[in-house]
Design a protein. Structure first.
Lengths: 156, 156
DNA sequence: CCCGCTGGGTTGGAAAATCCAACCCTCTCC
DNA sequence: GGAGAGGGTTGGATTTTCCAACCCAGCGGG
């Protein structure tokens, strides 16, 4: 999954280079749910065992997951999210919210996330500076790399 | 990219089945930036032309993008996000924020998003009910499908 | 009228990734 | 000493991706 020519330099692309391969984000989902053992991951994500093994190596190398011993004798461990891995949870939440909204017209969601406030979580992306929910029209893209402009709602 | 066995039913997986293939989210990024023409997409995403064509078909079929005529004679059009496509922007924002934070120790971000409040956007995911920023420890997963439990910080 | 350019693709064959079943190893339990 | 769980690895078939080349329509100029 290397860069092909010289596309726009972009943190979205760089992040996807780490977690954008098939199953990686599903692995992270399970790990965040506490299902960090190899065969739980196989069952719950549907990934083939060999692919899962390579994904796990990659995610550990990237510092997103870590192996934790939960039993010496027999040596057994599970995968857990690191701090960096937990910080990817917003990606999972927004993906899940989109799917719940657009892929389930009948509204029966396969999983609810209950927030500590007592309500089912409906995540909103807000601006840390002003606190408002971020809407597309309120954004202006400012590319920092010379030569990479945007034609749209932004001013290069 | 079909379901392999019968993994956990999940809106994250279902959403990734639509937009999780290589380049799809980069295409969406460009389209949201206003760069919706075929060869802009080729240049800016780095996708091979044939792959790009199949991704575009898929995204249009899924109702995430739509073709807009910007010139009759010669017939030319560009791809634009639908409402559903725009609602995937939070996914892009959270991916970008993670990459900026974890993949750029020197802090030189390839692109800034300026919010209408005047600040560079730092997105936060908040609970629509209580307004608080969502943290991992504040979540409890409630699977709705019998048989699919979670072992972690949740109570099935 | 003919040449080349732009925009938006399609095609064929080579290279890479994925899938799957089978196998392996260690340890535990009976 | 047999069975089973946990955590993988291996070989070969299948599927995707990749890439360069090609195609077509519509200008624009000479």
């Amino acid at each position: 999954m290397a860069a092909r020519k010289d596309p726009r330099p972009c943190s979205i692309a760089d992040t996807l280079a780490l977690v954008g391969e098939k199953y990686s984000l599903l692995v992270l989902r399970e790990v965040c749910l506490g299902n960090g053992r190899f065969d739980q991951l196989v069952r719950n994500t549907g990934a083939p065992r060999d692919i899962l093994a390579t994904r796990l190596r990659r995610l550990v190398d990237a510092g997103i997951l870590a192996k934790h011993l939960y039993s010496e004798r027999p040596q057994r461990f599970e995968y857990r999210p690191t701090r960096a891995g937990l910080e990817l949870e917003p990606v999972l939440m927004t993906l899940m919210a989109w799917g719940d909204r657009h892929l389930r017209p009948d509204g029966d969601r396969p999983m609810l996330l209950e927030h500590s406030c007592g309500q089912a979580l409906a995540p909103a992306v807000t601006c840390r500076a002003c606190g408002d929910e971020v809407r597309h029209e309120d954004l202006t893209a400012r590319p920092q790399t010379p030569g990479w402009t945007v034609t749209g709602p932004s001013a290069a």
